[in-house]
Design a protein around this ligand. Structure first.
Ligand SMILES: O=C([C@H](O)CO)[C@H](O)[C@H](O)COP(=O)(O)O
Length: 210
């Protein structure tokens, strides 16, 4: 089980500073959608250049032009690129084909998918690398999480790895770990702490002890 740090509310120098603090405890650094909107794919390149041994995920949440956007993220140094499960199969197929050409991986974000079980089966058949359940900021504010959704995709996904994101904290991590996702994505649960290294270290320890 891998731990991914999601960086959403920082600029490039702040992102580098946070990763410097926690790099020993994480496997993947996510350049979050708000960072890509503010800084562009330069943020992906800056983090990959600064931390070549970490995998970098570009959270583009691709909805169209899958192949082209995966190409651009790959050129910037992303190892994993996100596509939305809500989009058309042709976009996901284009993204997967392009990713394969560059040795990259595709994570499909199932945020706001209503027919989760059926869509997870369909997306799994498209050869993606990860299928991720995700409660976004706006629904987190309404008290929701994706723990039950994780159990749903775990029961139907055969080929892809499974992932979960959205509001995961140290206190809720044991429940997540019990469901055995391949990847746990944590943003504010680490970046919101005064001592980010300590928070990340405790999470890494819980994952290692499972
Ligand atoms: O993908 C995310 C969100 O949609 C903003 O772009 C976050 O990276 C993801 O939710 C993880 O962050 P936390 O919810 O703060 O753990």
């Amino acid at each position: 089980m891998k731990l991914q740090l999601a960086l959403d509310l920082v600029n490039i120098p702040e992102a580098i500073a946070v990763v410097e603090e926690v790099q020993s405890y994480i496997d993947i650094v996510e350049i979050g959608t708000p960072v890509v909107i503010n800084e562009g794919l330069h943020a992906v390149k800056a983090i990959k250049d600064a931390f070549p041994s970490l995998q970098v995920l570009a959270d583009l949440k691709i909805m169209d032009a899958g192949a082209y956007e995966v190409l651009k993220a790959s050129e910037a140094g992303a190892d994993i690129i996100t596509v939305l499960g809500a989009t058309d199969d042709s976009t996901i197929k284009g993204a997967v084909e392009e990713a394969r050409k560059h040795g990259k991986q595709i994570l499909v974000d199932m945020i706001n998918i209503r027919n989760l079980e059926q869509r997870a089966r369909e997306v799994d058949a498209l050869g993606v690398d990860y299928i991720c359940v995700h409660t976004g900021y706006d629904l987190q504010a309404a008290g929701e999480n994706s723990f039950e959704q994780l159990r749903v995709i775990k029961s139907v996904v055969k080929q892809a790895k499974t992932a979960i994101a959205g509001g995961i904290k140290l206190a809720t991590l044991p429940e997540v770990i019990a469901a055995s996702p391949d990847l746990v994505i944590v943003g504010g649960g680490i970046t919101g702490h005064a001592n980010k290294a300590e928070a990340a270290a405790q999470m890494k320890q819980l994952i290692a002890a499972r």
